[in-house]
Design a protein around this ligand. Structure first.
Ligand code: PLP
Length: 438
């Protein structure tokens, strides 16, 4: 395999400008492109300290006697543009509450993408429903809308598209198919706080929208979640389910129950943090969005690097992750693992992201369990692996590279450094590939 030509590298200006073309990659003994750490996460200060202390001293630590959770729910519903917000103890429980409020039952089918965090499939399995995977559009890293309709059967009771990485799935097409087939959509927006589709925030388009406030997320209270909806009756069912089955008016007051349920409540401490973190969110969203777009424009100039594309309807990418595909053939056959190692040596933390969820042995084992064997026809379970094969996703999982959201919170020059590191690795990919095979 030929090393990339000098001309091709020069074509990537302005990347090369800041670094000499002959500089050695860090893995080959050169000085790393970057020594300084990227901005740390979370970002907090006095407002968070004071809010937590106020809550502590109030002695009101749960939503039954405090007001933080309710105030957060009102503020977040306003921020997203939904009528109702239910705060939950994490994003997984927001999805779990949604499935229950929508009456998804054992024996039903739920459509999900294979390129997502494990929680998206776990909640479906907890419901003893069949997860039906729809392949990924590798250009955008989102559920492929072209493949959705064929996955719907008379047993399909929900579709859970994920706005993966803060990018937005093709909402127009997914919602149109779901509407035509009478199937509710649960938006998994756990990674997409403040992302926009046609200038409206995601999470308010589906029957419900679910968010996570786990520590890595763009809005963070260590753990936490929220379910948004415009449907009042659904909200009431969700509220009861997250509150041990006690409906809206019953909290702490009696022992009669509207439904089955769990304790999935957010604490007053988490809500206090979230209210303060929300004050920082707008500025952070703008910074990530501008840096993400700039970095994409730089990396797109490098042959073999294809940043995740946005659908035209995505008017704001929240960049929980900066994702791109790496083509080893354009890097002298340098494996993705070696590329990641070389990047890290340059001071640029990077990972290869998810492995295919539909291929995880535990999913197959769950479907082989006694409960599933009783619930589903033998033919359905036998045909499941073929029906939910996702070849495009499997390939994507072997090519993907991720940067985390905090790396986009610094100055624009940080993006130049990232792009310079990638460019430098490509220039020296031949020597790096030889090092890897030595
Ligand atoms: C896409 C997606 N869905 C669901 C979740 C679950 O959220 P939590 O970790 O708050 O339970 C996450 C969190 O990582 C996620 O990224």
């Amino acid at each position: 395999m030929q090393p990339p030509s000098r001309r091709a590298v020069l074509g990537a200006a302005p990347l090369a400008a800041a670094f000499s073309l002959d500089d050695k990659p860090a893995l080959l003994g050169g000085a790393p492109v970057r020594q300084a750490a990227f901005p740390s996460w979370p970002v907090f200060g006095q407002p968070e300290e004071q809010a937590l202390l106020r809550t502590l001293r109030s002695g009101k630590w749960y939503r039954g006697n405090g007001s933080n959770v309710r105030r957060f729910e009102e503020a977040y519903a306003r921020a997203i543009g939904a009528r109702r917000c239910l705060a939950t103890c994490n994003g997984t429980s927001a999805l779990f509450v949604s499935l229950n409020a929508l009456d998804v039952q054992p024996g039903d089918e739920v459509i999900i993408p294979p390129y997502t965090f494990i929680a998206t499939v776990n909640v479906v399995l907890r419901q003893f429903a069949l997860p039906v995977f729809v392949d990924t559009d590798p250009e955008t890293f989102q559920m492929d809308p072209d493949k959705l309709e064929a996955a719907i059967t008379e047993r399909t009771r929900a579709i859970i598209p994920v706005h993966l990485g803060g990018n937005v799935c093709d909402l127009d097409r997914i919602l149109a198919i779901a509407r035509r087939r009478g199937v509710p959509v649960i938006e998994d927006a756990c990674q997409a706080h403040m992302a926009e589709w046609k200038s409206r925030k995601v999470g308010a388009f589906g029957a419900t929208g679910c968010f996570s406030f786990q520590a890595s997320k763009n809005l963070n209270s260590g753990e936490g979640g929220a379910m948004l909806t415009n449907d009042e009756a659904l909200f009431e069912r969700a509220y009861a389910f997250h509150n041990n089955g006690s409906g809206l008016k019953a909290i702490g007051s009696n022992f009669t129950y509207a439904s089955t349920g769990h304790n999935l409540r957010l604490t007053e401490f988490q809500a206090a943090l979230l209210l303060e973190q929300m004050a920082r969110l707008g500025e952070q969203v703008r910074t990530r969005s501008a840096n993400g777009a700039y970095l994409a424009s730089l990396l797109a100039q490098i042959p073999g690097i294809r940043p995740a594309r946005q659908y035209p309807g995505c008017t704001l990418n929240a960049f929980h992750l900066f994702m791109f595909r790496y083509d080893a053939a354009e890097f002298s056959g340098l494996s993705r693992d070696m590329f990641l190692k070389a990047l890290r040596a340059e001071g640029i933390p990077a990972s290869g992201g998810y492995s295919p969820l539909n291929m995880q042995p535990f999913v197959k084992n769950t479907l082989n369990s006694r409960g599933y064997q009783r619930l589903f026809p033998e033919k359905t379970l036998r045909e499941w692996p073929e029906r939910t094969a996702c070849p495009a996703n499997s390939r994507l999982c072997s090519e993907a590279v991720w940067f985390t959201q905090n790396m986009l919170l610094g100055p624009r020059s940080d993006m130049d450094a990232i792009a310079a590191a990638v460019s430098r690795i490509r220039r020296h990919s031949d020597s790096l590939a030889r090092l890897a095979s030595a």
